[in-house]
Write a new protein. Structure first.
Length: 280
């Protein structure tokens, strides 16, 4: 269950390159989110994302990864993760997860956002889908704030689990089969970053550690299956899902969200955390 691989610790200069990769990724996700609208195909959203990477001199760490054929995962509604962009036409009320990554000078970033097309106020989106996305987004920031002070990686999952389980309203399930991960000179590295309580502390947090923190929540049962394309993961009961993710680092000066332009300052302020760029 737990990886025994060693955890890669980055130098300040390496984290700064990861920060550049994260800034490119943030811009590409901004463009992809802006492009996602009713009547647009998921392939068109992928093309917009890819264009930003190319314009900024970055490459995709998704394209070709174990044969994956696109630069983003575009997962719609009951598709939790790893959806392949294609000719599917997005519609009002859809819940789209856009997950992508960028590589600059060999260093990786990874980030994901959920987009609910339409709005409950206009009657074009389910308010429970908006609630699902918002709780998932907040859970990610709770996990990031926990990492800022954590002594062990397991404290991230403890914080996320406590937050999600304490939300009023219909309970949401935390996916257990797919978790966050270490990141750096590769996209997926040790350690595993669980989004729920495991009863284990996990590796000790040390300066130079970088994690992709990515809670995935569902409206219903957490059982999933993989479609015949051998990539797309869907909920067994058809419940809708949300995913939010950021690449985050700890260094001698503190914490910085590498895939957020402001390092996470605006969101972390409500948690009492002041992010510090690597090297400061």
């Amino acid at each position: 269950m737990f990886s025994r691989r060693s955890v890669e610790l980055k130098s300040v200069s390496e984290l700064q390159v990861m920060q550049r990769a994260g800034e490119v990724l943030s811009a590409a996700l901004d463009a992809a989110v802006e492009a996602a609208a009713p009547g647009v195909t998921t392939a068109e959203v992928d093309a917009v994302f890819a264009q930003v990477l190319a314009e900024r001199g970055a490459t995709s760490n998704f394209l070709g990864y174990h044969g994956f054929p696109a630069t983003i995962c575009a997962s719609v509604n009951d598709e939790v993760v790893h959806g392949i962009p294609g000719e599917r036409v997005l519609a009002a009320g859809d819940v789209l997860k856009i997950d992508g990554g960028a590589v600059v000078d060999g260093w990786h970033s990874d980030s994901a956002r959920t987009v609910v097309l339409g709005s409950s106020e206009a009657g074009t989106a389910d308010p429970e889908d908006e609630r699902l996305s918002e709780i998932t987004r907040q859970a990610m920031w709770v996990g990031i704030a926990a990492f800022a002070m954590a002594r062990h990686v397991g404290e991230v999952g403890d914080a996320i689990d406590d937050f999600v389980s304490s939300r009023p309203g219909a309970p949401l399930g935390i996916l257990e089969e797919y978790v966050g991960h270490g990141i750096g000179s590769e996209m997926h590295m040790a350690p595993d970053v669980f989004n729920y309580r495991t009863g284990h502390r996990g590796p000790r947090v040390r300066p130079g550690m970088a994690l992709a923190i990515e809670p995935m929540l569902v409206r219903g049962d957490i059982t999933t299956r993989t479609l015949e394309d051998e990539w797309t993961v869907v909920t067994e009961d058809g419940g809708r899902a949300s995913q939010w993710e950021h690449t985050v680092c700890r260094h001698a000066g503190g914490l910085w969200v590498l895939s957020a332009p402001d390092g996470g300052a605006a969101e972390l302020a409500r948690h009492g955390v002041v992010p510090v760029p690597p090297g400061q």
